[in-house]
Design a protein around this ligand. Structure first.
Ligand code: DX5
Ligand code: ZN
Length: 220
């Protein structure tokens, strides 16, 4: 399992140190939460911060677009150095076109599903996916409580993938902590995103390592 810390909860005045600390704790990717104040009730950052991060880490940058107009932003995030772009099915009426554009721009394409959005909404484009993101909070803010129904949804997504004979990655985002990460792995998560659990304390390196240790440990 890969740990992708979300920099949403990092201290942006010390971004270099925060990123280095998460890396030394075992992070293998970074998750960039882009919010437009329309699709979700919060506003974060755009391609400039992703370009800054590109200079601070060699690890893959996974951009989670929580925006209404994803199509119009794809090229600027790719130019900024994104390795993958994930869009919300709820915000993309022309999902086939959006995924095609992301892949044509040369990066991995992902779809994110809000907690209330059924897995069936991806059926017709499942073969195009590089990644499926199961949200375990309603997007918009870091530090929210994990919605446990996401576990069953994740397990069903893993079955759907197997039945289709596909190999896209399953990512989970929202409320991930050392206490639930093992169950996420057991339900099929390949990548877990963690924001507050990594960056809210004083030592992101230890916090990241703790999540990875918990992910590897069987709890009976
Ligand atoms: C929520 C974001 C998440 C968030 C995760 O809208 O998509 O990536 O930063 O933060 P935690 O891990 O604190 O729930
Ligand atoms: Zn996210």
């Amino acid at each position: 399992m890969i740990l992708a810390p979300s920099v949403l909860s990092a201290d942006f005045s010390r971004l270099r140190e925060e990123i280095q600390a998460a890396e030394s704790g075992g992070a293998q990717s970074f998750h960039c939460d882009v919010m437009d104040g329309h699709f979700v009730p919060n506003l974060t950052f755009g391609p400039m911060i992703v370009a800054a991060m590109r200079k601070l880490t060699p690890l893959p940058l996974d951009v989670h677009l929580m925006v209404e107009d994803a199509d119009g932003l794809i090229d600027s995030f790719v130019q900024a150095g994104a390795d993958g772009i994930t869009v919300h099915v709820e915000a993309c009426p022309h999902l086939h076109r959006t995924l095609s554009r992301i892949q044509a721009a040369g990066v991995k394409a992902g779809i994110a599903l809000n907690p209330a959005t059924p897995l069936g909404t991806i059926e017709e484009v499942i073969g195009m996916l590089d990644l499926l993101l199961i949200m375990t909070v309603n997007p918009g803010f870091g530090g929210q409580e994990f919605i446990p129904a996401g576990l069953n949804k994740l397990a069903r997504a893993a079955k759907m993938r197997e039945r289709a004979g596909l190999e896209f990655l399953l990512q989970v985002d929202g409320g991930v902590s050392p206490s639930n990460v093992r169950s996420l792995v057991e339900c099929g998560a390949d990548i877990v995103v963690a924001g507050s659990a990594v960056f809210d304390g004083s030592d992101p390196s230890r916090a990241a390592a703790k999540i990875l240790r918990a992910a590897a440990k069987h709890v009976d």
